[in-house]
Design a protein around this ligand. Structure first.
Ligand code: PMP
Length: 283
């Protein structure tokens, strides 16, 4: 069965899906994107991701090429056409095709691409049981990373640096030595039964998984403090985690050369995973 993708109004076989060479996404990274997690054919946090997509579009002044209510139709179609059980939906909108020129084109129609991807059923659970390793590196991104743009060179380099150091994620460090977030995830540490994560600002992405987990923590009366943390805090923490639309809650067992806890997945990982899964069902 061939994969099917959505490109500017048409469903195409994945390998024959094409975008023009003068698409502004290709030339300027002039666009935004979203990733939706899919579990048991259900889209997680659909409204949260869709609203953030529209916030991102608004921030960079791109008009949605289709009505807000039409996205769910195409996403569900792709889940069905590609027989996605567990996986993800990647959705990208750029300012469209125009002769290369920095200023906004007058008549370009924004490009919309939607891709569906299956993930192996046991992949998440296997990684969750082992936990992941994190490498810290300088946060070299621009100053508006709260907008989910396709300008991802700095996170690409950070992630590759992590992989080159036998780690699965990079935690980005600002000029004051605080962790902003992961290259493609939100960063968390746990100390004395209290979770810590960086407060929202222009320097981090407002993670939808973060938001849903926080809602679940409140409901379960678990303690959370939105406060920056640094390497010293990491060295003293009991457990650590990342969250994202496709990794949900993922325990971290090592940051650089520091073992977290006893170097194995701690007991709060499962608690937070349950809290998140319960909260996401309600959204
Ligand atoms: N921060 C960054 C930089 C990311 O790329 C992501 C993944 N989109 C996240 C945080 C987590 O966001 P979400 O929970 O909405 O996937």
């Amino acid at each position: 069965m061939s994969r099917i993708s959505y490109v500017n109004g048409a469903y195409c076989t994945h390998n024959s899906s094409v975008i023009h060479i003068e698409d502004r996404g290709f030339q300027f990274a002039d666009g935004v994107y979203e990733v939706f997690g899919v579990i048991n054919k259900k889209i997680l946090d659909y409204q949260g991701h869709l609203n953030r997509l529209f916030d991102s579009l608004n921030e960079i002044k791109i008009k949605s090429p289709i009505h807000k209510s039409a996205y769910v139709f195409h996403i569900k179609n792709l889940i069905s056409k590609n027989q996605i059980k567990n996986g993800l939906i990647y959705l990208q909108i750029t300012r469209g095709v125009a002769s290369r020129d920095f200023k906004f084109p007058k008549n370009a129609k924004p490009s919309l691409v939607i891709i569906a991807k299956n993930l192996p059923d046991d992949e998440y659970q296997n990684t969750f049981q082992k936990g992941i390793k994190v490498k810290t590196t300088k946060d070299l991104r621009w100053k508006r990373v709260d907008i989910k743009t396709i300008n991802l060179l700095a996170p690409v380099l950070a992630k590759q640096y992590a992989v080159d150091n036998k780690c699965q994620e990079a935690w980005l460090v600002d000029n004051e030595g605080f962790i902003t977030e992961g290259s493609s995830s939100t960063a968390w540490i746990l100390k004395n039964k209290t979770l810590y994560t960086t407060p929202l600002s222009n320097s981090i992405l407002n993670g939808i998984t973060r938001k849903t987990l926080i809602r679940g923590l409140k409901k379960n009366k678990l303690k959370l403090i939105e406060k920056k943390f640094n390497i010293k805090d990491i060295k003293a923490c009991d457990e650590a985690f990342i969250t994202s639309a496709t990794q949900y809650i993922m325990p971290v067992i090592r940051v650089d050369s520091h073992r977290i806890g006893n170097g194995r997945v701690g007991k709060y990982a499962e608690i937070f995973r349950k809290v998140y899964m319960e909260a996401v069902k309600l959204s």
